[in-house]
Unconditional design. Structure first.
Length: 102
């Protein structure tokens, strides 16, 4: 559940007006997505781009490609699928794998 103090003052967004690149809480208020800087601070070095055609690729996060204040879901707006050429794949952080657990 999102921190209520963060959501204070935000109005619910009607379902028909919601951005498909955003998450919403149970009351319909937009949840601010992770920025690239926030992802990098947590050890993320790449994004996974996922196209509707089923093709997936990892894209390195490096200085200059996107502003550090860009949101992770918005990075896909500048990408195009290598397999089919479709623009705007969904993007997610590639989390570092932890060691094996017993």
């Amino acid at each position: 559940m999102a921190n209520p103090s963060i959501l204070e003052g935000r109005s619910p967004v009607p379902a028909h007006a919601r951005n498909p690149r955003r998450a919403y809480d149970a009351d319909g208020r937009e949840i601010t997505p992770m920025t690239l800087q926030n992802a990098m601070d947590r050890g993320v070095t790449a994004l996974r781009a996922i196209c509707a055609c089923g093709h997936e690729a990892e894209v390195s996060i490096h200085v200059g490609r996107w502003a550090s204040t860009s949101f992770v879901p918005d990075a896909g707006m500048t990408l195009r699928c290598d397999a089919c050429g479709t623009p705007d794949p969904k993007t997610r952080p590639v989390w570092q794998r932890q060691g094996h657990r017993p």
